[in-house]
Unconditional design. Structure first.
Length: 328
């Protein structure tokens, strides 16, 4: 008999999440049936469950999220014991699957790379950067790309892929250490949005001619200022709105119609699952660039399943550099 631990949503978040909003439960797993696999989780944590929690979850549900897991028992020939998989099974230490919701790590995954990269740079965040730039921003060599929350799991990959694509890249982050990291991984310009006297002036200084592409992870005031510095026919990929996720009262604005009209801009929101049929293409490219050293990565690792809520709250506060991972 296996007893799994799982974090559940005890109470829907009211503003910023609190540790009291979560509850740790124990679940007795049934015996394995033919065609099934039992896994133990190695690492997981996810930001997207904040905006999706009220929309997709009921109080008492296991927190949604993605993990890298190892097969520890199998009655399915497609999944051998010891194999590593990616699964969207939430915040839990063990689970049983029929295999339909499991994705094996690529067979050519180097032993030198942490498996947890399948949750970040060579996973959903990396794919978000890949398809957002290629399919929404449609970046071209010689253009200028702006990305906010640039030291996060998505933003840091966006900047590096834009450099691979021959673009000038401007990024902003919320600490001097993060800014230093952005410059280390190849951003042409980077600044701390919390310490600049004027966001408008900082953006103009970083690129006096404006921006062709804007990869927006933040929304709110930043987007309102940045949209006015887009070049004519600029493209804006709306990936996230972290500045608004924890608001109890919705923010007003920004009002985008005037710059959208006179600069003939394109703004498009997207969710990466749109390109699920091209997932292998994206992962293959990302893994290749990581192995070649063209895309660098950083993980903020928290030890211990019991620390999941604190890691999640810390991520929402911007305490992570790169992908936040909990090692179970």
């Amino acid at each position: 008999m296996v007893i799994a631990k799982a974090w559940v949503l005890k109470k829907h978040f009211d503003g910023f999440p609190k540790t009291s909003d979560f509850d740790l439960k124990k679940i007795e797993l049934p015996n394995l049936k033919d065609g099934g696999e039992q896994t133990d989780t190695l690492s997981c944590v996810c930001l997207y469950c904040r905006p999706y929690s009220r929309r997709n979850m009921k109080e008492g549900d296991i927190m949604i999220g993605t993990q890298v897991a190892r097969i520890v028992e199998s009655k399915n020939p497609a999944f051998t014991v010891g194999a590593f998989v990616v699964a969207d099974r939430g915040w839990r230490t063990h689970f049983i699957s029929d295999g339909k919701d499991l994705q094996l790590l690529p067979s050519n995954w180097p032993e030198s790379l942490p498996k947890s990269l399948a949750l970040g740079t060579v996973g959903m965040p990396g794919l978000t950067a890949y398809f957002g730039l290629l399919e929404v921003c449609k970046m071209k060599p010689g253009e200028t790309v702006l990305v906010n929350a640039a030291a996060g799991a998505v933003g840091s990959v966006v900047g590096q892929l834009a450099k691979i694509g021959g673009c000038k890249v401007v990024g902003c982050a919320g600490s001097d250490d993060k800014v230093a990291y952005l410059k280390k991984i190849g951003f042409d310009e980077a600044f701390n949005y919390k310490t600049v006297k004027s966001l408008d002036e900082a953006l103009r200084k970083a690129s006096p001619d404006g921006y062709d592409c804007f990869f927006d992870n933040v929304g709110g005031e930043f987007a309102s200022v940045a949209i006015n510095q887009m070049k004519k026919y600029g493209r804006i990929a709306v990936c996230g709105a972290i500045s608004q996720y924890n608001d109890s009262v919705p923010q007003k604005g920004p009002y985008v119609q005037i710059p959208m009209i006179f600069k003939e801009l394109q703004m498009e929101g997207f969710i990466v699952s749109r390109w699920n049929n091209r997932r292998e293409e994206g992962l293959k490219a990302l893994l290749k660039w990581v192995v070649e050293g063209k895309v660098k990565f950083h993980e903020q690792v928290t030890e211990g399943f019991e620390n999941m809520p604190m890691a999640f709250i810390g991520m929402l506060k911007g305490e992570n550099l790169g992908k936040a991972v909990v090692k179970v």
